[in-house]
Design a protein around this ligand. Structure first.
Ligand code: AMP
Ligand code: MN
Ligand code: MN
Length: 318
């Protein structure tokens, strides 16, 4: 089967709206900025608007990141709306009306839980990242330095710098082709993935110190409460990497990380190593994700939330 290219979706298109998921992560920003930059450089007669919630400062080295629209900009009807890295329509947050009002819609994603909510859906659950999917839609010769920086950023974030199980030979080949564009890959990796601020290290340390092993050491959980957000003066953007550190605790199959998002409401991140399908658990609780990394929101006390999740994990572990 011939793989479609982005050009196949642009016939008679004069205006494009684009968006990614709420609380944009590296892949969301990378895939959106990569495609936005490609369209700007290669299709200068098309007007493109990119909508995303405010992105972390560490991603602002990307060209045109200052052009991202952070809030709803009045009613508009785009010829085409492209959703990236979002498994369902709710993930578009406040920008969903632009999707609903567009003449044509396209969803580019890699979540196994994707609900195929657009008119055209390009969903590759085996791809490391939405950024990897975007790359396959582009004309390789036209991928320039700025596009390459963005897509490389997305790939390293969702693959944990090429170490998670979603990394494939295809991922490495694409990364190699992006490196050939002369991108500062060491800086991108260090400055956006590994570098942590002092408070980010402090909250990581605290979350690890207070983590709890259970189910014979096969599961681990930790929680960051609202009071800690205030005490350390942090936001949810400062919590990256905590669940990954929990996951690699020796003997652990499943890691659960919670942070308080409101009165008796938590954002849940799940990671597994070899057995548990956390995407199935997240989908069951109204969220989504991948087999080894998934998330959702849940109401209740920490005790309730952990109990509910453990029940589902135990069902799978038997
Ligand atoms: P996180 O634990 O937030 O890093 O998310 C892990 C994976 O699950 C990512 O691919 C997210 O896109 C996905 N995910 C997280 N939260 C949700 C949610 N509420 N609904 C759907 N997918 C989610
Ligand atoms: Mn994402
Ligand atoms: Mn992704």
């Amino acid at each position: 089967m011939k793989q479609n290219k982005i050009s196949d979706y642009l016939e008679n298109v004069k205006t494009i709206g684009m968006g990614g998921h709420i609380r944009p992560d590296g892949d969301c920003v990378g895939s959106c900025m990569g495609l936005y930059t490609y369209l700007k450089h290669q299709y200068s007669d098309i007007k493109v608007d990119l909508y995303l919630e405010p992105i972390p400062d560490k991603f602002k080295f990307l060209k045109y990141s200052d052009e991202i629209k952070n809030s709803y900009d009045g009613d508009k009807e785009y010829d085409l709306f492209i959703s990236l890295d979002s498994s369902d329509i709710d993930r578009l947050g406040e920008f969903e009306p632009y999707f609903n009002n567009a003449k044509k819609t396209l969803c580019i994603d890699h979540h196994i839980s994707n609900t195929e909510f657009a008119m055209d859906n390009i969903v590759f659950p085996k791809a490391s990242s939405a950024s990897e999917v975007v790359y396959t839609l582009l004309d390789e010769d036209k991928v320039d330095y700025d596009v390459a920086c963005a897509l490389y950023l997305g790939i390293i974030h969702d693959s944990g710098v090429f170490k998670y199980s979603n990394t494939s030979a295809a991922t490495m080949t694409i990364a190699g082709k992006l490196m050939e564009k002369g991108i500062p890959f060491t800086n991108i990796i260090d400055n956006t993935f590994y570098t942590k601020t002092y408070v980010q290290n402090q909250i990581l340390g605290r979350a690890l110190l207070e983590s709890v092993l259970f189910y014979d050491g096969k599961c681990i959980f930790s929680v960051v409460k609202k009071s800690e957000f205030d005490f350390y003066n942090i936001t949810n953007k400062d919590l990256d990497g905590i669940v990954e550190q929990l996951r690699i605790t020796k003997g652990v199959e499943c890691a659960i990380f919670l942070y308080e998002v409101g009165e008796l409401e938590y954002k849940v991140s799940l990671r597994s190593n070899e057995i548990v399908d956390v995407s199935a658990i997240a989908t069951y609780f109204g969220g989504g994700g991948h087999i080894r990394a998934a998330g959702f929101n849940m109401k209740g006390t920490v005790y309730d939330v952990i109990n509910n999740i453990s029940e589902q994990i135990e069902k799978q572990l038997g």
